[in-house]
Design a protein around this ligand. Sequence first.
Ligand SMILES: [Zn+2]
Length: 335
Amino acid sequence: METQQQEYESLPIWRNYVDDDYELYYVDYRDDLSEQKGIIEECVRKNNLCPISEKIDEWWEYPEGYQLDEIKKNMENDGFGYVYDECQDYIREWLWEHDTSDPVKDLLRNTGGMTFFYDLGIEVDGWHEAFLCSPWRGETEAQAAYKIRRKLGIKKGTKEARYIDQLVANASYGGHLRIYFNADLENLVDGYDGSHNAKTIVFKGRFAVAVYDPVNGSGDYQDMNIDCSFAFNRDNLFLSCKSVERYTIEDCFGMSDGWAEEYNEPTFSAKPSKHKTRTSSTSAIADQEAEYERVFKAGGCTCGDTNLKRHRNVHYINMPPCRLECPHCGQEWID
Ligand SMILES: [Zn+2]
């Protein structure tokens, strides 16, 4: 009894005014990251959740403020206001050390699954058109279908093979071979501890297999059952969003955010895969888009950028070939 009393007395006064646990960050069930696609995509690129933590530091500048005020009030009521003023830094430290909240986890839980895609690094050719030329294509539809079947391990004559034929026929302008799926961000990146270490990505179950051209916003996708694995190349993994490409597959087909929820999630393995994955041109396209955007924001424009909105004073030339023309960079859009 006596020792307890002594121990009690040896504690600093402010210790009587603090709790053992605190939740400094309060995340409402309505708060989520569904409108923060750029941050999610940054996490995929960096392979960690730090971009979210950094945002949290911005959003909650002073998360311990409320608790500090409460403690101060209670101490002042007991005539210990001067102790509070002296010990504020210790109290603040205590709050941080005893904070059990995890706002990154809470926000991600509220956000749920999002639509990602894995680009298989294969480009499927389609029909090309040019002024005064008849349309042509580099590989036949049968060749394109064969290339896709071989990559996905689909046998000729199966139901899936018929889906691939449809895919090639509908994606008449060609595009990138991709697999779209729904996943939680945490399952696609290393945690804070770097435990992910994925070498192989495994698709087993129902997925959306797409041939999609993000520059023109055209293509097709088919729901199908696949069972295949590829060497995991992070440069080919993306969140389907505007920070990656101007026309997302959602824009192209008018789909809402949750369209991929019915699909399975890929799994990862630390064992190396025999099936290599070539880096897709999707990241180069994303970099190019970012560069066009940067030049336009700085007041200029770029010949080669087909986005009309990123040129100024575009006018119509009513002489064959009739076309729109940008007077600054010379970019043309032929009718
Ligand atoms: Zn221009």
